[in-house]
Structure formats: structure tokens, C-alpha cells
Design a protein around this ligand. Structure first.
Ligand SMILES: [Zn+2]
Length: 430
């Protein structure tokens, strides 16, 4: 029961057509090799000789996409990140995190930064060449982000006379010219996108989430330089002014967007800037932070942004902002990525809207709509199935028993695989 390359027919009770925003009963997805070849409505016969994957009682969806992960390293805690671990240790943690993410049904991620520069580039490449099981990755590369020195993307909390090695402050910049230089250096070393820090951060000690950091001129320099190299910019921004600065500078996405007011929501909608708001994460930080004794400063900043961010999210939904799914996993645990879906429904999205944000909309943000994000011909055969109907209950997506990536079934946790996979079905348990 392990073959690559032949025709495979995948059939569940329902298939979610995220492009149309419709659920299609009994449709079959045809897979050849690593790509989707076609779809059949239930009136059409199955092609002769195709191997079968039959998932009665299940709903088939495209593999999910998380646009804000940090797969490299251990979960972020209260200490100074990454300084007591080597790049090799950080990478090996990333191997486990990548696998947990994939087996949770997230077959693609946009990974928005590591503390040690370019460990994410190495992880992406190891997944791409098959050495490591993990989601397809678009990565931001830079050590500690493109940030002002000591700002929201810097490794902070050290004594002032301790100097960090270069790979932990690779993206620090203090002028538009330095920003351009850093952006070039990051892209030349293999990053797919640029992550800039437009405001302070909840978890970076000494910085204020509401305060702008990189200037409008520096943000514009990042966007222009990235565009010259065919790349987009994602901007971390909590505060209103930082959100506006980033959106007006032409960034592709605003991350967090915690203090988003109506004006800022209007600017994002008008300019087509994506919002990636991690509206589950605040609950996790409050709980883990209290249990593990995180600094009072961090917990206070988290409290000041959590509900505000959810209110801003609702404003953004109403204003018609494009919302792409992103969780900040790496702060919250890897593999818990789907826990945010019910939060998005609670705060103004329809279940279909939330699922679209984690599939077809996320693929558009990545510029990868030719390869992931929908069960349509030509895209990679990345798909998941859950029992029941996730349009009735998006919480079902937090426990995914079936994962296919690139045409290979990597996970079946619903009983004997022989009950759902015919002879010749490409079964490669990860
Ligand atoms: Zn993050």
C-alpha cells in the first residue's frame, strides 16, 4: 500500500471548495503524483485503475496554511530567547515543530522569523528535499528581524555591556540606507520575504507595543528594496500609528494589528493590505505566563493587547480587510494551530470565512495561489479530512486524522489504514 505516481481518487462525504465558498457533496479529488489532476462530481464514474482513498463520514479540505509561525527553536518563554542554545539545537527543535505542524493538518506555513539568522532557510530546504517532514515553508530568514537596535525584534533583556553575536542581530538597522542593506543581505542568503518590526512587542522586554519603531522612511526603504528583489514585506505592528506607517509604506501584511481602529481598518481595506491577527495567542500567554512566572511587564502588555486585538479584528472583518490566518505558534505550541479558528468565528467571521482565511486567502498572501490553498487542478495535492462537518463546528479542525501532502498520505489516525486506502494508495506514514 505504498506507491507513488499513479492516479489516486480521494472521496469523502463532502469536499470544501474554498474558492467558490461552497461545500460539495460526494465530489472526488483526482491526484496524480504530487498534484491535483481534476475533480469529479458524484454522477461521474471513478476512473478505471485508480487507487482509492475512501473517507466515509469525513469532510475533505485543502491542507491548512498558517501565515505566522516560528518553527525554529523552543517555545518562547520568559527568558532571553536563543542565547543558551546553539544554531544546531535550534534547528533540531525546528524538526520536531515542523512535524507537529504538518501532522496537525497545516501543510504550508509562512514562517516569520527566527532569533538565529537563517536556521529557517535550512529547515525550509531540508523539508523541500525530503530530509525532514514538515510544511512547505516561506521564510523570513533574518536573525532577530529587521528592527531598530533594542526594539521589538531585537533580543532584549541582556545586560547593556553584553554584545550579541552577529547572527542574533543580523537585521538591526538605524537608517533607510541600513534597512536597504539588511534587506538585501537577508534575501541574498535565501529568505523568501522580509519581516520588519514597526512597533514594540509584547514579548520583547523594554519595548512598548503601542510605540512606532522603524520610521515611515525606513519602512518604505524595506518595501522598495524587497520589491526590487521580488519579495514582500510583513510588518509586525501592534500600535495604531505603526499599523498606519506600515500600510502606507506598502507592506503586504500587518502582523498582530492589536490596536487597530476604524481609520486603520479602512486604510488596510483600501490598500489591500492583509491582516494576520493572532487572536488566540493572548489567552495562551496569559495562562502559560501566570503558570511559569513570566515578567509582570510581559503579562501587562499581553493584557493590554488581547481584548483590544479581538475588537480590532471584528472591525477589520466589518471593514472588508483581507484576513489571512496566522497564530504566532512558537509562542503558543506547535500543532495547536487550528485552535484560533473558533476565535475568528466568535469575533465576526463565518466558518467558511475562517476556513478560507486559512486556505485560499493565505495562499494569495503568499503569492502561492498556483500551488496551494485549494483543491483545484494544478495545485499540490495537499489535503486533510476530518469526521463530521467543520462548517457546522470549526473546532473539528483541531483534531485532524487524515493528512495528505504532495499526493502522499502521511497520516491516517482513524483506525486500520486498509479500511480507507486501497491497494496502491500512496501511504507513507510520517
Ligand atoms: Zn511572531
Amino acid at each position: 500500500m505504498a506507491r507513488d505516481g499513479g492516479l489516486v481518487a480521494v472521496r469523502a462525504d463532502r469536499m470544501v471548495d474554498v474558492e467558490a465558498g461552497e461545500v460539495r457533496a460526494g465530489w472526488v479529488v483526482l491526484v496524480r503524483g504530487e498534484r491535483i489532476e481534476g475533480r469529479l462530481d458524484p454522477a461521474r464514474p471513478l476512473p478505471e485503475g485508480a487507487a482509492l482513498v475512501e473517507l466515509p463520514g469525513h469532510t475533505l479540505l485543502p491542507g491548512l496554511i498558517d501565515c505566522h509561525t516560528h518553527l525554529v527553536g523552543e517555545l518562547q518563554g520568559s527568558g532571553v530567547p536563543a542565547i543558551d542554545r546553539s544554531a544546531a539545537q535550534e534547528a533540531l527543535s525546528g524538526v520536531g515543530n515542523a512535524r507537529a505542524t504538518l501532522l496537525a493538518g497545516f501543510t504550508t506555513v509562512r514562517d516569520v522569523g527566527t532569533f538565529r539568522a537563517f536556521v529557517d532557510v535550512a529547515l525550509r530546504d531540508a523539508i523541500r528535499d525530503g530530509t525532514v517532514a514538515g510544511p512547505r515553508m516561506a521564510v523570513a530568514g533574518a536573525g532577530a528581524y529587521v528592527t531598530v537596535p533594542g526594539g521589538g525584534g531585537a533580543v532584549t533583556g541582556l545586560a547593556p555591556d553584553v554584545e550579541l553575536p552577529r547572527d542574533l542581530r543580523f537585521g538591526e538597522a538605524s537608517s533607510p540606507a541600513e534597512v536597504r542593506q539588511r534587506v538585501r543581505a537577508i534575501l541574498y542568503r535565501g529568505a523568501d520575504l522580509i519581516k520588519v518590526i514597526a512597533t514594540g512587542a509584547v514579548l520583547a522586554l523594554g519595548t512598548r507595543p503601542g510605540a512606532p519603531e522603524l520610521s515611515p522612511e525606513e519602512l518604505r526603504a524595506a518595501v522598495e528594496e524587497a520589491a526590487a528583489h521580488g519579495a514582500f514585506v510583513a510588518a509586525h505592528a501592534h500600535g495604531r500609528q505603526g499599523i498606519l506607517n506600515a500600510a502606507r509604506a506598502g507592506v503586504r501584511s500587518v502582523e498582530h494589528g492589536s490596536l487597530l481602529d476604524d481609520e486603520a481598518a479602512g486604510v488596510l481595506a483600501e490598500r489591500g493590505v492583509y491582516l494576520v491577527a493572532d487572536i488566540y495567542n493572548g489567552d495562551y500567554i496569559a495562562e502559560a505566563g501566570a503558570a511559569q512566572g513570566w515578567p509582570a511587564e510581559t503579562l501587562a502588555k499581553n493584557e493590554a493587547t488581547t481584548q483590544a486585538q479581538r475588537d480590532g479584528f471584528t472591525r477589520a472583518v466589518k471593514a472588508g480587510v483581507r484576513i489571512a490566518y496566522g497564530t504566532d505558534s512558537g509562542v503558543c505550541p506547535h500543532g495547536w494551530n487550528a485552535r484560533q479558528l473558533p476565535y475568528m468565528v466568535r469575533h465576526g467571521m463565518t466558518p467558511m470565512g475562517a476556513i478560507r482565511s486559512a486556505t485560499v486567502v493565505a495562499a494569495e498572501l503568499l503569492g502561492w495561489q498556483d500551488r496551494v490553498g485549494a483543491l483545484s487542478p494544478g495545485r499540490y495535492a495537499d489535503m486533510i479530512a476530518v469526521p463530521g462537518d467543520p462548517l457546522d463546528d470549526v473546532e473539528l479542525l483541531a483534531d485532524v486524522p487524515f493528512v495528505m501532502q504532495g499526493g502522499r498520505v502521511l497520516k491516517w489516525a482513524g483506525g486500520d489504514p486498509r479500511a480507507v486506502l486501497s491497494a496502491g494508495a500512496p501511504y507513507f506514514p510520517a
